[in-house]
Design a binder for this molecule. Sequence first.
Ligand SMILES: [Zn+2]
Length: 219
Amino acid sequence: MISRVIRIRAVNVLINKRFLSSSSRSTSRSFTKSTIASQSSAAAAYELDDEPDLFASYSSASDVEKANQLYANQIQITETSDRGYGVHAIKPFAPGELVLKANALATIPRDTHTLQKDWDTHIMVDVPARLLNHSCDANVGLMDNEEGGYDFIALRMIEVGEELVWDYESTEWEIRGFEKCICGAANCRGSIGGFKKHGAEVEAQYGEYIANYLKNSSK
Ligand SMILES: [Zn+2]
């Protein structure tokens, strides 16, 4: 387990270096969770048995290609010119429709790429969920699913070509190091501090589409 964690961190370093080189372009509208210092039924094809290979090449070109095949004609991951990967709709999604699943690959100590599932539980999720960018005005929201991950649901009508964005503050209790949010949404909260900081606003905005463990914690 220790060696696995070390390997993940090594990959993270590479990803963060990539972001640093692209972040100099200040027009960035949003950014992936990999930058925070922080189903279709086809997605079930990511089985835990595949875990070692996935970790060895996390977010590699082959993972992206594999995810794009799983979600063919639904969503597509592309490498943008200014902010790393982005995930876009290539079919319309109706409000309430399942867009993709974030499958839990492992429970690990919190790091810059985990999603929080409970007060002391952080999961590493697969691609494409891991490559979704943040927005304070998310068009996909999440719900805990029975497989220990999250389902991402369309919060409103999503048109072909729209980027899929979710709100990192709807799962993470505390996010440090991002005093300034650059999502560019009209209702941008200005900073990303996590549910601890913006819980009341986040819960009012997304209702049931926040992590279960956070529900009612802002009151
Ligand atoms: Zn924002």
